[in-house]
Design a protein around this ligand. Sequence first.
Ligand code: ADP
Ligand code: MG
Length: 301
Amino acid sequence: MIVCDDTPIRQDSRAVIDNISNMIYYQFMKIYDIDNRIHDYRHLDWTESAVTSGTSGSLLKAREDRNKTRYYYKLSSYDPYRGIYGSECVNEIVACRLMNILGIEHLQYKLIRALVSIGGKEHETWMCRSENYRMFGERKIALDNFYEMNRKEGESPLDLCIRFGWKNTIYKMILVDYLIINRDRHGANIEVLRDVQGNMRLAPLFDNGLSFLAPLAGRDDRIKSFDPMDDVPANNFIGTRSLEHNLQLMEDIPLVDPITLDSKETLLEGLDDILPDYYLEKIWQIIWNRWKHYEDFCYKK
Ligand SMILES: Nc1ncnc2c1ncn2[C@@H]1O[C@H](COP(=O)(O)OP(=O)(O)O)[C@@H](O)[C@H]1O
Ligand SMILES: [Mg+2]
C-alpha cells in the first residue's frame, strides 16, 4: 500500500525490513540530513521549472504547503531521455555539512529517497527538501535586481554589499564557493529579504548544488582525472569568473572554524550508498586541497 508522502512506501515485507534497518542505521549514526526510506512524492508538480530558466533555475523543482510549512523540493539534473542523472542533490548535502563545520549560516537541505512522477513517468531518485527560509512578511529580491535598483555610479556588486553591511556574509560565500567549486552563484542565487518595516538581510546561503563534479555527470573518465585545484570558469555575480581570484577580493579574512582530516568522515557519512567511492574521494580531495590552499592564502595575507 502506498501512503502519504511523509510515510515511506512499503511494497512488501522485504521493503519493510529494509526501511526499518535503514532507519535504525541512520538514527544510530545520527545522520539527520539523509532519509534513506522511499517516500511517495508522486503528487508533486515539477512542471513549473521545466520550462523556465535564469532566475527560476534549470533543475526541476516543486513546492507544497503542508502543516503550515512551505517545503521546497529539488531534483538533480534531468532530461527526458536520461531521466534524473546528476549529483546536485548530494552536493547540496555535502555543502551543508561543510558549512556546518565552518560555522557558516546556510539553508539546511535534507536528502530524501523518493518516488516522483515527471511527465507521467515514475522515477525513484534522491531529492532535496528545504523549509521556507523567509520569515512572515518578508519579500525576496534577487541581488542582481537589488543592485540595479540601488547601485551608485561606478559601484561594483561587492561594494554595494559592503555598503549594506553584508561584507562578512559575502566573504564567507566567496570562501564556500571556492571550496566546493560552485559554478552557479549568479545574481539570483543570492537574495535580499526585506520585511514590512523595510529591514533587510541576506537569505541564508542556498542553491549550492551545481558544484564539485556536477557538470561532469556521466563522464567517469573526466571525473577520475579531474584536478581538484582546477580554476574552472564560474558564473559569479560578485567578483570575477575565477573562484580562486575572488579570494583576493577579501580585504580581511572571515572567521570560520577549520577543516581538518577528521572532517572527511563527517562530510561523507552515509553517502557511500549513493555515490561510488572514487567519486566521494574526489569530492574530499577538492575540499581538502582547496582548504589547504586557502590556509596558505590566509597565512600570506
Ligand atoms: N527553502 C527555501 N525557502 C525560500 N525560498 C526558496 C527556498 N528554496 C528555494 N527558494 C526559492 O526558489 C528559487 C529557486 O530555488 P533554487 O534552489 O535556487 O533552485 P534552482 O537550482 O532551480 O535555481 C530561489 O531563488 C528562491 O527564491
Ligand atoms: Mg537557483
